[in-house]
Design a protein around this ligand. Structure first.
Ligand code: UDP
Length: 467
C-alpha cells in the first residue's frame, strides 16, 4: 500500500528531485512533469536509483494545458501537487520579464485548472523569501509586509501567492501551503543528485564549488561594504534535504486535515544568517580547499541581509532544519566532484577535438540546423567533455559565420554524425529532444533516419560496454 499519488511539477530540478526522493521514502507514488529546461533526464534515473522505486515521468511543458490535462487524466486519485516548475534566475527575469511572467504565472494557472478539473485537493507551492525584499525587522516572520518586488522573478512569486489565495478562497475543496524558501544549498548524501547550474552559476555555493574544482578562476564577492559584521551580505542557507522534507510535512498536514486555514504560508530556513565570507571560510574548513576570492562591487538588486524566523514552521508543522552548515557545504562539494568525475569519464570515452566540434557546430548553424537551445546544450556538453575555449561568445560568432563543406566521403559524414550522437547522449541514451537534433544534422549530411538509428544503437552499446 502506498500513501497515494503526488504530482511534482519541476521534479527533475534541484529542489524537486530532492523532494521526489523524500516523497518516495515517505511511501508516496511520484508523478513528475518537467520540460527539462534546466535539468537532465539522468536525474530521474538517479531518483529511482536512490530510492529503489519507480517514478512516472513525463517530459512536458506546463504551459501546454492540453498535454498536462491529458497526462493528469491518465491517473486517478492524485492526492496533491507540489508545484516547483518555474524559472528562477533573478537577472534573466529583469532582461526577459514577459518570458518570466508567462512561464511562472501561466504554469501555476494551469496547475490550478487541473486541480479543479480533476478534484485534486492539495497544493504545496514553492515561494521565496524574496517576497520580503529587505525586511525592516530581523529575523523576518511571515507577518512582515510584502515589499515591492525587486525583480520580475520576485514579482511572479508575490503574484502567485495572491492567485493561490484567491483560488482557494473561491473553492472550498482546495487547500494550499506556500513555503517561502530561504537559500537552499547542498546535495543529497549519495552525491547522485544535486544542483545542475547551466553555464556560469548565479548562486554563491555552485560558484564556490566550481571555483574549488578549478572551473572558475576566482569567486567574486559582491560587496564588502554592507552594514554587517564583516561587510558582506547575509543569507539564511538551508540544506536542500531539510527543505525537501518540509514539503512532505506540509503535504501530510493537508492530507490529514490538520491545516488550520485553507491557505497557509511558512518560512523555511534555519533561522541563522551567514555572511558570504563565512560561507567561504566554512567551505574551506569543510573541505580543506582554498578558494581564490576577489572583492568587487555590489550586485544590482541584492539585499543586505535576511534570515528567517522559523518559529511558525517549527510549532505548526513540527518541522526543523537539522543539517549543519558544514555538512551543507561538504555535500555540495561531494556532488560537484561526483558530477565532474562522471563528465570526465564521458570525456575519456570520447575524444572529441575542438576542430571536429567546430565543424559540427558550423554544420548545425548553417540553414539554422540547430536552434538556440540545442546550441546551448551542445556548448555545455562540450565544456563537460573538456573542450575549453577562452571566450565562448566570440568563438560562437566566428563559427556561426563560416560555412563548412559537407564531406564528399560518406564515412567521414557518418563520423560527424557519430560525434554529434556522442555529445547528445545523456546517461547512456539519446533522448527525444537530442534525437531531433541528430535528425536535423543527419538530414543535412544526407544520411537517412535508419542509418542514424543504427549509429545511435552502436554508440549506446559501446557506451554500455564501457560503463
Ligand atoms: N554572491 C557573491 N558572489 C557570487 C554569487 C553570489 O558574492 O558569485 C553573494 C550575493 O551577492 C549574495 C549571496 O552571495 O549576497 C547569495 O547569493 P545567491 O545568488 O546565492 O542568493 P540570493 O542573492 O538569491 O539570496
Amino acid at each position: 500500500m502506498t500513501k497515494g499519488k503526488i504530482l511534482v511539477t519541476g521534479g527533475a530540478g534541484y529542489i524537486g528531485s530532492h523532494t521526489a526522493v523524500e516523497l518516495l521514502n515517505d511511501g508516496y507514488e511520484v508523478i513528475i512533469i518537467d520540460n527539462l529546461s534546466n535539468s537532465n533526464r539522468f536525474i530521474i534515473d538517479r531518483i529511482q536509483k536512490i530510492t529503489g522505486k519507480k517514478v512516472f515521468f513525463h517530459q512536458e511543458d506546463l504551459l501546454n494545458f492540453a498535454k498536462v490535462e491529458q497526462i493528469v487524466s491518465a491517473y486517478n486519485n492524485i492526492k496533491g501537487i507540489i508545484h516547483f516548475a518555474a524559472y528562477k534566475a533573478v537577472g534573466e527575469s529583469v532582461e526577459k520579464p514577459v518570458l518570466y511572467y508567462e512561464n511562472n504565472i501561466v504554469s501555476l494557472l494551469n496547475v490550478l485548472k487541473v486541480m479543479t478539473l480533476f478534484g485534486i485537493p492539495n497544493l504545496v507551492f514553492s515561494s521565496s523569501c524574496t517576497v520580503y525584499g529587505q525586511p525592516d525587522i530581523l529575523p523576518v516572520t511571515e507577518e512582515a509586509p510584502i515589499k515591492k518586488a525587486l525583480s520580475p522573478y520576485g514579482n511572479t512569486k508575490q503574484i502567485a501567492e495572491e492567485i493561490i489565495a484567491d483560488t482557494v478562497y473561491a473553492n472550498k475543496n482546495l487547500f494550499s501551503i506556500a513555503l517561502r524558501y530561504f537559500n537552499p544549498i547542498g546535495a543529497h548524501e549519495s552525491a547522485l543528485i544535486g544542483e545542475l547550474p547551466l553555464g556560469i552559476p548565479n548562486n554563491l555555493v555552485p560558484f564556490v564549488t566550481q571555483t574549488a574544482y578549478g572551473l572558475r578562476e576566482e569567486l567574486k564577492i559582491f560587496g564588502n561594504d554592507y552594514n554587517t559584521p564583516d561587510g558582506t551580505a547575509i543569507r539564511d542557507y538551508i540544506h536542500v534535504v531539510d527543505l525537501a522534507k518540509a514539503h512532505i510535512v506540509a503535504l501530510n498536514r493537508m492530507i490529514s486535515g490538520n491545516n488550520k486555514e485553507s491557505f497557509e504560508i511558512f518560512n523555511i530556513g534555519t533561522g541563522n544568517g551567514n555572511s558570504v565570507m563565512e560561507i567561504v571560510n566554512e567551505f574551506k574548513n569543510a573541505t580543506g580547499l582554498d578558494i581564490k576570492c576577489n572583492i568587487v562591487g555590489r550586485r544590482e538588486g541584492d539585499i543586505e541581509q535576511v534570515w528567517a524566523d522559523t518559529s511558525l514552521a517549527n510549532m505548526e508543522l513540527g518541522w526543523n532544519a537539522k543539517i549543519p552548515l558544514r555538512e551543507m557545504l561538504s555535500s555540495a562539494w561531494n556532488w560537484e566532484k561526483a558530477y565532474r568525475a562522471d563528465s570526465k569519464q564521458e570525456k575519456e570515452k570520447y575524444n572529441l577535438n575542438l576542430e571536429h566540434f567546430k565543424n559540427l557546430m558550423a554544420l548545425g548553424f548553417s540553414n539554422n540546423g540547430f536552434n538556440a537551445e540545442e546550441i546551448n546544450f551542445l556548448v555545455n556538453k562540450a565544456k563537460d567533455v573538456g573542450i575549453s575555449v577562452a571566450n565562448w561568445d566570440e568563438w560562437m560568432k566566428e563559427v556561426s559565420s563560416f560555412t563548412f563543406q559537407i564531406p564528399q566521403n560518406m564515412d567521414e559524414r557518418e563520423e560527424y554524425l557519430a560525434d554529434l550522437v556522442h555529445l547528445a547522449m545523456v546517461d547512456g541514451k539519446v533522448h527525444q529532444t537530442e534525437y531531433d537534433m541528430c535528425l536535423k544534422l543527419a538530414d543535412k549530411l544526407e544520411i537517412d533516419a535508419e542509418n542514424l538509428d543504427k549509429i545511435i544503437k552502436l554508440i549506446e552499446k559501446l557506451w554500455k560496454n564501457d560503463a
